[in-house]
Write a protein that binds this ligand. Structure first.
Ligand code: NDP
Ligand code: 13P
Length: 330
């Protein structure tokens, strides 16, 4: 694979574009906002979404979707709620057989669809892969050591993608469990909000460890109900990403939860942010998906009740702590 297209000029799209350049690929980054295109092409920075990082001058940005789609593989890095629209706009330019690599983490709120289903509906001619794991964009952009799951149903194509993107410090591990990788990436954002709330509320480290562990159980239950494998959720795209996101103030989901826990209003927190906090949008979709599949997800439901249902933090916490005692395990 010689040329990689990247759709989405946010922090993660830019970091992945940089990684693909380091792996020796030609890269074209499509960004929606003209000032991002201009910033990347003339000043070799993305000051809006990835400040403080010097980009490779050979990294080219474009506002033309056709140019980014004219590649050997295309990374889809628009936020989850906008990914379907991006694919619809890409469809007329997509050559049959070019792989679409899903890099967004979320579940579509309007349809309750995994990203894989949204992409397949809009780009039926594209083989699909998923790239997901514990990967703060700024650390990847700085070249710090990172491991990630690359899930692809076609092992030969998966290996080509690993070779196209992998470097000594960006290490994709191949899997064939697309569902597990997507559910892990989507649900951990919701759980990270819960962990941030616990920290902001001063409920202690024991409580955070309990939430991470029982959160892992509930995201594994959902993944299995959707056809994913439990071992995937014990890997980079499940436990790995949950540990990272649910315990670091670098995480937007965790820091949003922290601010909620301190008593700030959701609208005020979101109003100060230019970047996307996926768990806010996926919380309702996760709970909807859990209801449709008959899976119990009390922590995600508590986050949804606070974010979308107007429940107070104290009520949500009391409800979680009033649940009946049960056996450990899934
Ligand atoms: N940041 C990170 O560390 C990581 C992020 N991810 C995932 O990657 C995805 C993208 O996140 P990230 O790059 O951080 O985003 P950012 O918050 O850095 O940037 C926001 C992005 O949203 C795009 N955007 C805003 N509104 C729209 C819209 N109406 N239609 C299409 N695009 C829109 C912007 O595109 P434009 O610039 O073109 O305007 C920009 O790419 C998310 O699903 C996130 O969970 C995954 C791993 C790590
Ligand atoms: O997905 C991420 C790290 O793997 C980024 O998490 P946040 O969106 O919470 O910052």
């Amino acid at each position: 694979m010689k040329k990689i297209g990247v759709i989405g000029g946010g922090a993660w799209g830019t970091a992945l574009a940089l990684t693909a350049r380091r792996a020796g690929r030609d890269v074209v980054l499509w960004a929606r906002e003209p000032q991002v295109v201009d910033d990347v092409n003339t000043r070799h920075v993305n000051s809006d979404f990835l400040p403080g990082v010097d980009l490779d001058p050979a990294l080219r940005a474009t506002a033309d979707l056709a140019e980014a789609a004219d590649a050997d593989a295309v990374l889809l890095v628009s936020p989850a709620q906008h990914l379907r629209a991006a694919c619809r706009a890409l469809a007329p330019h997509w050559r049959s057989g070019v792989p679409a690599v899903i890099c967004a983490k979320g579940i579509e709120l309007a349809t309750c669809a995994l990203m894989q289903d949204a992409v397949a509906a809009e780009l039926p001619q594209a083989p699909i892969a998923v790239l997901s794991g514990p990967t703060f964009a700024i650390e990847v952009a700085r070249g710090l050591p990172t491991a990630i799951t690359l899930a692809c149903g076609d092992a030969a194509l998966g290996r080509k993608l690993v070779d196209a993107l992998g470097t000594a410090t960006f290490r994709p591990y191949l899997s064939d469990d697309l569902v597990g990788a997507q559910v892990g990436g989507a649900v951990k954002n919701v759980l990270a909000i819960a962990c941030g709330i616990v920290e902001g509320r001063g409920l202690g480290d024991n409580a955070r460890a309990a939430l991470i562990t029982r959160g892992l159980a509930e995201l594994t239950r959902l993944a299995m109900a959707k056809g994913g494998r439990p071992e995937t959720l014990m890997g980079l795209s499940g436990l790995g990403d949950l540990i990272l996101t649910a315990s670091s103030t670098q995480s937007r989901n965790y820091s949003l939860g922290f601010a909620l826990g301190e008593g700030r209003a959701l609208a005020d927190i979101l109003g100060e942010r230019h970047s996307v906090t996926e768990g806010v949008y996926s919380a309702g979709a996760v709970v909807d998906m859990a209801g449709r599949t008959g899976v119990e997800m009390p922590i995600s439901a508590a986050v949804d009740a606070v974010i979308n249902g107007g429940q107070s933090l104290d009520e949500a916490i009391r409800a979680l702590l009033s649940r009946p005692f049960r056996n450990e395990g899934l």
